[in-house]
Design a protein around this ligand. Structure first.
Ligand SMILES: Cc1cc2nc3c(=O)[nH]c(=O)nc-3n(C[C@H](O)[C@H](O)[C@H](O)COP(=O)(O)OP(=O)(O)OC[C@H]3O[C@@H](n4cnc5c(N)ncnc54)[C@H](O)[C@@H]3O)c2cc1C
Length: 381
């Protein structure tokens, strides 16, 4: 058992950190205030291989694994969770779904430009009436003229407006419930496929979250992703990987909040000394560091199992559940350490806290993670 990153992984971690601090940090609050989605960052992320970390070099990726991928998401999120979730939705949801379940020609046509960062990806499972109960999808796909006619909508989709490629799910046989759901690939500009309402969010405001609408949208059968009726099952497998990235998002956000609290505790003087000399503040810092470390270990365990080809449903959900709830707690303590200043936008603590909350909701809420973990435990008992 090895708890340390190897030299190459450590080097990669440091170079992503340097990139985030030079290219992202100066703009974080400006993007947050304006809810600006920084699409201009995409070529820079692509240039250093961060848009296709998980995919083989033959498809334009970096040929690395989940340990490296989680490290990348953590480091980006330490500076800005919005960039972290953006790379995560692009990579472990959209691109990875095509990598895992696409045909060779779909991989050449869609995965290669996604992994190279020439294209941006979105993945649409959630609907207005179908969130945690994702198998109750109401979007339909009906066979016609060698293809499919799709009607319905998806909401809360990361990159719904800017994505070049969107993987989305529709019911091809409602009588079969979750076994009647099929995945499809949509290209930007396809007739009848259009983005809709952009959300005005509490946190991760520089990530783009919007709806997409399908109105008699025709796609050929070549755009069907995976076997007919296997879309939901495949989506659940994709989420096993995606949840590792939400754990990484939470760990990165918490790490950023923690570092800002440590810094501030040395600067702020009360009762004639820096507040970090009070044991009450020291204990908070000790608890925060311990919780972040525990979450990071769960994250790396799930990532490492994934890299070994293991089924990670329980490990991914445990990492996601613990890290996301830890993230909210740690970010709240970071505000507390900043006192009144933590409640203002002069310090980063309030933003970290706002950003952290999504982690307990996206890719399955904490309640759903507990259901999955319990199911896995009871299945094998
Ligand atoms: C910023 C952001 C980005 C997102 N990006 C994407 C994306 O790219 N693609 C995508 O497909 N989706 C995305 N989502 C959607 C996200 O995955 C859903 O919001 C999430 O799965 C919860 O669904 P819901 O919002 O409909 O809540 P609901 O399912 O309505 O849940 C409401 C509450 O009820 C609880 N609940 C529901 N069912 C049960 C149950 N059986 N037992 C106990 N409690 C239950 C939930 O835990 C929650 O507390 C995103 C959401 C946000 C906010």
């Amino acid at each position: 058992m090895d708890f340390e990153l190897n030299d190459e992984q450590r080097q990669m971690k440091m170079s992503v950190r340097e990139f985030a601090e030079s290219e992202i940090a100066p703009h974080v609050m400006e993007w947050d205030e304006a809810q600006h989605f920084p699409i201009e960052l995409k070529p820079k992320l692509a240039a250093i291989g961060l848009m296709g970390v998980l995919f083989p070099e033959e498809y334009g990726g970096a040929g690395l694994g989940y340990v490296e991928y989680a490290t990348v998401i953590e480091e980006l999120s330490r500076v800005d969770g919005s960039v972290g979730i953006s790379v995560a939705a692009h990579t472990s949801l959209c691109s990875n779904h095509i990598y895992q379940f696409g045909t060779e020609s779909q991989k050449q046509k869609y995965l290669a430009p996604l992994a190279a960062g020439d294209h941006l990806g979105a993945w649409g499972l959630t609907e207005p009436g179908s969130g945690s109960d994702a198998s109750s999808t109401r979007t339909t796909a009906v066979r016609k003229d060698g293809g499919w006619v799709i009607n319905g909508s998806k909401n809360f989709i990361t990159h719904a407006i800017h994505a070049d490629t969107c993987v989305a799910f529709a019911s091809t046989d409602r009588t079969k419930l979750s076994k009647g759901i099929t995945g499809f690939i949509f290209e930007k500009g396809t007739k009848g496929f259009s983005p809709s309402k952009k959300e005005n969010k509490l946190g991760l405001r520089a990530s783009e979250t919007a709806s997409v609408v399908f109105e008699d949208c025709f796609v050929s059968d070549e755009n069907r992703l995976g076997e007919e009726g296997q879309g939901f099952v495949n989506a659940m497998e994709v989420l096993d990987g995606g949840r590792i990235s939400i754990a990484a998002l939470a760990v990165g956000i918490a790490q950023g909040a923690f570092e800002s609290a440590v810094r501030y505790s040395g600067e702020r003087q009360q009762f004639g000394k820096p507040i970090r000399e009070f044991q009450a503040i020291q204990f908070k810092l000790a608890d925060m560091a311990t919780q972040i470390d525990a979450a990071r270990l769960l994250m790396y365990r799930a990532a490492s199992l994934k890299d070994q080809g293991e089924r990670t449903t329980k490990a991914s959900s445990m990492a996601k559940l613990f890290a996301s709830e830890m993230g909210v707690r740690v970010c709240e303590e970071a505000i507390q350490i900043h006192g009144g200043y933590g409640y203002t936008k002069d310090y980063p603590a309030e933003k970290y806290w706002r950003d952290s909350k999504l982690c307990t909701i996206g890719e399955g809420t904490s309640e759903i993670q507990r259901m999955i973990i319990a199911r896995e435990i009871l299945k094998s008992s």
